[in-house]
Design a protein around this ligand. Sequence first.
Ligand code: PFF
Length: 455
Amino acid sequence: MAGIDIPRETWATRTGFILAAVGSAVGLGNIWRFPFQVGQEGGAAFLLIYLLFIALIGFPAMLVEFVVGRHTERNPVGALKAIAGGAWSYVGWIFIATGFVILSYYSVVAGWTIRYTILGLQDGYLADAGEAEGQFVELASGLDAIFFHALFMAVVIVIVAFGIQRGIELAVKVMVPAIIVITVGMAIYAFTLEGASEAYSYYLSPEWGVIAAEWQSIFPAAAGQAFFTLSLGMGVMITYASYLGEDRNLAEDGAIVIGFDTAIAFITGLIVFPILFTAGVDPADPGAGAIFVSLAAAFGDLALGWIIGAIFFGTVAIAALSSAISLMEVVVSYVVDERNVDRKVAAFGIGIALFLLGLPSAYDLVLLDLFDLFADQILLVLGGLLLMILVSWSLSELAVDELSRGIGDLGSLGPAWIWAVRIPVVVVLIVALVLGILDYYEFLTGPFAEWVGGQ
Ligand code: PFF
């Protein structure tokens, strides 16, 4: 009821918050996007630059979102109203919009992972790359895709409807340990494969010449990936930190979350590359269909590939689920906090809206790209950039005070953090935004225009 303050929920335990944040961070970004970006951007050289960006850009930026959330105890729109007000509230809106758009197609891709889990168990995977591609095109759009998109969304709705402690916290306590155990197990399995040593040297020994020759594409790709994989720029970390009832060391929590996220991405490389090398697939080859084409075909080639593949795709589905609930929570927390809507009603209504918005992405891959590029390369970067500018330039004192709650006097680390955000983070995001807009323009005038012409 409006006017009566019901106490806001909080995480039951510190582990609960950390697991939820890890669950959000570890998702399709780690398992689907990361290995193939490594493949496309030149192997180990990319890995190195990526790790650098995680530490120098990702870590300070995550702390910014944490302090804003904990300080305001509000959803992204409410948080920006509280710390800055005026036009800055619109930045909160950018976060909500980003979350909404990303989740709409993320759910479609997550639906594919469920479909591919079942595919392995039912029929096994096709070893021929051409046939595997044909199968992917068939399953990725149309009725199949819509059905599994709906199924995935329904699970997300149920978890989020149960709230922070009984829904999200409970779910991640099961899902995140499962993801960790299974990925480590699969990496050990991959170690036994014939192509393993060739794969390791590709993945782990950088060719310095590649960095020199291709830095223009490696740098923005690494920066974008660092932001996406840590769930930054979507309001997730603001929202999750807003449910922290007590003071604790946010820098330590952030380091733990980043450590797990990076470890899982890294280990995924140790799984995917040995499998690809063993099946004789060039890791630079795969494009968007990535794990659903070349990796699926590699599973088709391996002994017991059907079950290994089903375990792999099942794990990806779980990782996608623990990420999707975090994005859903961003939007639900807004409606619950600011509009006084009942959580269950909010989760259901928003879930239906997300399902509908995802339909174009489930209808045609070009439309999925249209949403993905816009949300990921423009909206996400824009929201993140504005928040970083606001906090580091006009609210630095508040930010340092908030970070020191639960840590104690930060000494010179406080200003070091603020300056890391003021210049490196902001500059990287500006460059990423410009490149993102150019890229989107190329997409609109190229593949998208062609698609519209063909309709
Ligand atoms: N960090 C997530 C990932 O790497 O997949 C990013 C994300 C995407 C979070 C979509 C949530 C989400 F729904």
